[in-house]
Design a protein around this ligand. Structure first.
Ligand code: EPU
Length: 363
């Protein structure tokens, strides 16, 4: 299962930046506000824009970066920056996307890590290669998608994943990792655990089956499709894409307008015994039975039930339409968002005996 060294050479032929830079340009005291979707106004000691794989190694081996902590930022959509970062930020700006190969069963589409996720999804549909439509409008980049195995409306990224290319910073070697090596779980992967801070993902290849089957049973999506006149007919991929976009726009804040990192907490999973006791006390609890008998709870419902929806602590607040999303109403800092998160965790623990785990990486 584990990794094998990836082939050398310019990887993504459509990359507009195919030259090898001869020197590393560092940006000192770099402002990160535009590089994290919460919009926290913090700074990095050094930053380096990575438009070519070779720049990665040059940057981490540069004497000016010796001994510094490193942080890889794509869209900054899954990180809480609680203060200035006293280290080197690698701004992944690798671009390019292409049909890498195809066989009778599937298309294999590769995209560089710095590509915007939503634009990539829209592009695959425009090329006549459906399969990612349920994941439309998720903020962030292609390279961030495997790290937390993004998922929405009945589909997880790992179901469309073929492999990825990553550079191991310690050795400088490019490796290809398959799904088993990535150890995907619910909003989880190898890169959030053992692989954390060790690899930089440079491109991801998706396997899109040619025998496309719609995933349209998630309640919000089914309702939206019915409202758009698809109640009786089977929707095509574009209709699902449109429905997902409409549902997300209605419920989830656009980070460009209101800083946020999507769901702030994972939906917690509890065992059947704890669930039965909870359900006795809270018959309306929203839950999803897992294949192994455990039960996943809707954290948004738990938080909502505790009265947190729409409430604020300073400039950090719980979104009015989805209690799982914490927002920066303007001028909040990471510490304020974490204080709000802790207050929510406390109330959910007191009332339901359930622990909420943060989904973004907190630094
Ligand atoms: N709910 C409430 N109040 C709320 C929010 C939700 O009662 O304030 C209830 C809803 O009525 C529904 C249930 O909770 O019955 C689930 O809500 P929803 O369908 O909005 O989904 P979710 O479980 O809250 C998850 C993902 C989202 C993803 C949606 C749709 C996680 C942590 N979150 O949210 O992912 O878009 O399902 O698939 O798994 C993200 O990870 O950043 C993210 C936005």
């Amino acid at each position: 299962m584990i990794t094998r060294p990836a082939a050398d050479g310019p990887h993504i032929s459509m990359s507009p930046m195919s030259h090898q830079p001869d020197s590393t340009s560092f940006l000192a005291d770099f402002r990160l506000q535009a590089h994290n979707t919460f919009g926290f106004d913090v700074r990095a000691r050094l930053a380096c824009r990575v438009e070519h794989e070779a720049q990665l190694l040059a940057a981490v081996r540069d004497p000016r970066a010796a001994g510094l902590r490193r942080l890889v930022l794509g869209g900054g959509s899954n990180v809480v920056l609680t203060g200035d970062f006293d280290g080197l930020v690698l701004l992944v700006a690798l671009r390019g996307r292409r049909l890498a190969r195809e066989d009778d069963e599937a298309w294999y589409v590769e995209a560089a890590a710095g590509e915007n996720w939503h634009e990539f999804v829209a592009w695959t549909l425009a090329q006549g290669m459906p399969g990612l439509e349920n994941l439309a409008l998720i903020p962030g980049t292609v390279g961030a998608a495997p790290i937390q195995n993004i998922g929405a409306y009945g589909l997880e990224m790992c179901e469309r994943f073929a492999s990825l290319r990553a550079v191991e910073l310690a050795t400088g070697e490019a490796r290809e990792l398959d799904a088993a090596a990535c150890r995907f779980g619910y909003r989880d992967s190898f890169f959030k655990r053992e692989g954390r801070d060790r690899f930089v993902i440079t491109s991801v290849t998706f396997r899109l089956p040619k025998a496309w089957v719609p995933r349209a049973s998630y309640a919000d999506i089914a309702r939206e499709l019915a409202a758009e006149g698809h109640g009786d007919t089977s929707p095509d991929a574009q209709a699902i894409f449109d429905a997902v976009v409409a549902v997300r726009r209605a419920k989830l804040p656009d980070p460009a307008q209101l800083g946020n990192a999507g769901s702030f907490f994972k939906n917690p999973v509890i065992d059947a015994v704890q669930f039965d006791a909870l359900q006795q006390r809270e018959p309306e609890v929203v839950s999803y039975r897992q294949p192994d008998g455990a039960v996943k709870l809707a954290a948004g419902w738990l938080i909502d039930r505790c009265g947190w929806k729409g409430r604020a602590m300073g400039a950090a607040a719980v979104h009015e339409r989805q209690a799982l999303v914490l927002v920066n109403r303007g001028g909040a800092n990471g510490a304020e968002v974490l204080a709000l998160a802790r207050a929510i965790q406390h109330d959910v623990r007191e009332r339901f005996g359930v622990e909420l785990e943060a989904e973004p990486v907190c630094l």
